[in-house]
Design a protein around this ligand. Structure first.
Ligand code: GLP
Length: 241
């Protein structure tokens, strides 16, 4: 694990965008593992700016997103498909057919999870996986639990996660109770991992993930076992380190 300490959210976003750009320049046909949430928004904005200046080309890249709410269609403005379209895909020249997000409306969610695992394999694995971190240490929607789930699976969201994500919905009742998420195994098989953390609300989870025991109760702690994980975190997120 390499930890880059930066001043604030903007610096974190620029550094992250630099790393993603480098990945695309060195390997234009990269498979990018992408994340949602407020953390990566600034990095996506920066990538769009550089693309508009002619410095970036997404035409040969593919993407796989970490997760999706179960029960939301891609048109729902809180779905992760909608988030990705509006924050990145609509603004760059990525081939939409090569962007992938689990289907939250799949009738057979288990089959959808199996399809997603196979898709990642067919793409040859993930070159660079971008991650945020939940206040409880979750990555994707791998919530604290007793085991590290390997493959894509359906999860029940914790009250804490629903509460925290309710800021994007009209009320907490509207937050879906379940999600489809890549498993820890999918994430760990990425060749490179880039985790971003900003703000004091992430400080404890970040401390536990970097220096605590590797336990499924702190899902991000598993990243200590990955051979090429970079963390970019701001002063507030690093305040306990
Ligand atoms: C959601 C997503 C995660 C994300 C986390 C943190 O639950 N499934 O991928 O990392 O929230 O969100 P934020 O970046 O808004 O703090």
């Amino acid at each position: 694990m390499v930890i880059y300490a930066v001043k604030n959210y903007d610096e974190m976003s620029r550094k992250a965008a630099n790393m993603i750009s480098a990945q695309l320049i060195l390997k234009p046909e990269s498979v990018l593992g992408l994340a949602t949430g407020s953390t990566p928004v600034g990095a996506y904005k920066q990538l769009v700016e550089w693309y508009e200046k002619g410095d970036l080309d997404f035409s040969r890249a593919s993407s796989v997103n970490l997760d999706e709410y179960k029960g939301l269609s891609g048109e729902h403005d809180q779905s992760y498909r909608y988030f990705m379209n509006s924050n990145l895909f609509d603004h760059v020249n990525i081939d939409r057919n090569r962007t992938n997000v689990p289907d939250g409306l799949a009738e057979d969610a288990e089959a959808e999870c199996r399809r997603y695992n196979q898709l990642i394999r067919d793409l040859g694995g993930i070159d660079l996986q971008l991650l945020g971190i939940g206040g409880n240490g979750h990555i994707g929607f791998n919530e604290p639990c007793d085991v590290f789930e390997k493959g894509t699976h359906v999860v029940k969201l914790t009250e804490e996660t629903k509460e925290s994500n309710s800021r994007f919905f009209a009320s907490i009742e509207e937050v879906p109770t379940q999600a489809l998420t890549m498993g820890v195994g999918n994430i760990m098989s990425a060749r490179k991992i880039l985790l971003l953390a900003s703000g004091e609300a992430k400080a404890q989870a970040l401390y536990d993930s970097c220096f605590g025991p590797v336990i499924p109760a702190v899902p991000a702690s598993v990243l200590q076992l990955h051979q090429d994980t970079v963390i970019i975190a701001d002063e507030a997120a690093l305040s306990l380190i």
